[in-house]
Design a protein around this ligand. Structure first.
Ligand SMILES: [Zn+2]
Length: 321
């Protein structure tokens, strides 16, 4: 049998698994609920049990696998194979994940943080076209990212490389959870888009269904903002334009510094599609110098929820001899 790799995308509510061939094609995928009770102590045993159950079911053995890769929340020590500070998993103390999974499955194991792993997935099988230089930005509840340069994921001195969500786009801006002001995350995450809408609503006097909803005290989502903008609500267009300005500014500075072949935008907010991408690109062009404008493309992510398991599986390719 041809060798395979196994990818795990560990999240706060579900843990996704996929078995891929070495060309990156998914052959099987499944998921289990993530049981975060008892300080998250059930998570790793459940992962091991699920893998062993699956292998038994399909008459596979550890020898059929090159390795297992996993994307996880929290801060990862790749050398030690540990995770700490993954609060949505209840992992407050140091977790010896690699040792437990290798002992439980007999398969070599590697992991990285979830945004980095999604970046690897989009680069390998998605919008990144397997180019050596790709930047990935995910716009979800927060804003995350991953930077791949010359075929390698960048980690930095303290593992903070690729924290694109904390690029300052407005020094006078909103307070961020990281302690500073005006981070990209405060204005382009799902909640950030709504925050920008509330701020701009204060000074907007024209006719707008979106503004009427806000003035009425109705809860709105980032999707509402984009949907109203697509219906040519002037106020919603103003909000989208502001969000795209911030994204274009951050992408422009990433482009000027790194000159990747592509900057790939994914995550829930990117469901706004070409409407979002084209506007980010317009500002990106304004904020980049000509050689970068011409050689770095702004793209939409293509893999959706599969980016995590595919990228995780690609971590296991390091075990190919
Ligand atoms: Zn921040």
């Amino acid at each position: 049998m041809d060798k395979k790799v196994l990818g795990i995308d560990l999240g706060g509510t579900t843990t996704k698994f996929a078995i891929l061939n070495l060309d990156g094609e998914i052959q099987q995928k499944w998921s289990i609920e993530t049981d975060i009770l008892d300080e998250g102590s059930r998570i790793v045993p459940n992962i091991v049990a699920s893998i062993n159950h699956r292998l038994n079911l399909y008459q596979m053995t550890a020898e059929d696998f090159i390795g297992i890769g996993m994307g996880t929340p929290g801060s990862v020590d790749r050398q030690a194979g540990t995770v700490i500070g993954a609060y949505n998993l209840n992992w407050k103390t140091l977790q010896p994940v690699q040792a437990a999974i290798e002992a439980g499955t007999g398969i070599p194991f590697a992991m990285d943080n979830d945004a980095n792993v999604a970046a690897l997935g989009e680069r390998w099988q998605g919008a990144g076209d397997n180019q050596p230089d790709v930047v990935f930005i995910t716009l979800g509840t927060g804003v995350g990212g991953g930077i791949i340069m010359e075929g390698r994921l960048l980690h930095g001195a303290a593992g903070c490389a690729g924290e694109i969500g904390h690029i300052t786009v407005d020094p006078e801006g909103f307070q961020c959870t990281c302690g500073k002001r005006g981070c990209l995350e405060t204005v382009s995450s799902a909640t950030g888009v709504v925050r920008v809408a509330r701020q701009l609503a204060e000074e907007y006097a024209g006719d707008s269904k979106l503004k009427a909803m806000l003035d009425d005290g109705q809860a709105i989502t980032s999707k509402d903002v984009f949907d109203f903008a697509k219906e040519e609500d002037d106020f919603a267009i103003m909000v989208v334009d502001k969000v795209c300005f911030y994204l274009g500014l951050a992408c422009g500075n990433l482009g000027n510094t790194l000159n990747p072949a592509s900057i790939v935008i994914g995550g829930g907010v990117s469901a706004a599609g070409e409407f979002l991408r084209s506007r980010v690109e317009t500002y990106f062009q304004e904020f980049t110098f000509p050689q970068v404008t011409e050689s770095t493309q702004i793209k939409l992510a293509e893999l959706g929820n599969d980016a995590g398991v595919i990228g995780a599986a690609s971590l296991a390719l390091q075990f190919v001899d």
